[in-house]
Design a binder for this molecule. Structure first.
Ligand code: AR6
Length: 168
């Protein structure tokens, strides 16, 4: 297991000096509440201007932008699924968010990436189930690609932090 590349931290993702932070966005890339709101506030209005040029983003996919006033270099906007009980392809769509974000990191030669706990807030995805999918997808990617060099799972709430710690 390549878990030496993985770190679990309790932090505000807008404060991190990494190559990319991964936002839990909506399909319009229009900004919103939760971590999305915090990222747009900290990045400044230019982030929304760039997002508006991207024609949205499908659920399960991700798009990359500059990070403007944030300390990171880029923002990867991943659109997680809304939890609808578990029979609407939610697991695969969440897995795809992590995979597509890692793929963008690879394509852009990024060495460090910090994930928010996509879909586990306003979108209501069960936290432990989401964490297992996130960890599994990242582990698979690292085994195959041996990159990025460093992956952070950024937990904002204590519950997610404890779940991630128990799983890694
Ligand atoms: N740093 C890191 N994590 C945070 C921060 C922060 N500053 N703030 C919140 N979180 P959510 P979703 C955590 O609701 O469920 C928006 O309106 C939070 O504790 O932000 O994917 C979008 O525009 C939770 O664990 O995202 C969409 O419409 C995690 O971030 C919708 O919400 C994700 O919670 C997306 O909902």
């Amino acid at each position: 297991m390549n878990d030496n590349k993985i770190e679990i931290i309790k932090a505000d993702i807008t404060k991190l000096e990494v190559d990319a932070i991964v936002n839990a966005a909506n399909s319009k890339l229009a900004g919103g509440g939760g971590v999305d709101g915090a990222i747009h506030r900290a990045a400044g209005p230019q982030l929304l201007e760039e997002c508006k040029t991207l024609n949205g983003c499908e659920t399960g996919k991700a798009k990359i932008t500059k990070a403007y006033n944030l300390p990171s270099k880029f923002v990867i906007h991943a659109v997680g699924p809304v939890w609808r009980g578990g029979n609407q392809n939610e697991d695969d769509l969440l897995r795809s968010c992590y995979y597509e974000s890692l793929k963008l990191a690879k394509e852009n030669n990024l060495k460090s990436i910090a994930f928010s706990n996509i879909s586990t807030g306003i979108y209501g995805f069960p936290k432990e189930r989401a964490a297992k999918i996130a960890i599994e997808t990242v582990r698979d990617f690292i085994i195959k690609e041996n990159k990025p060099e460093l992956i952070y799972f950024v937990c904002f709430d204590e519950e997610n932090l404890n779940i991630y710690k128990s799983l890694i």
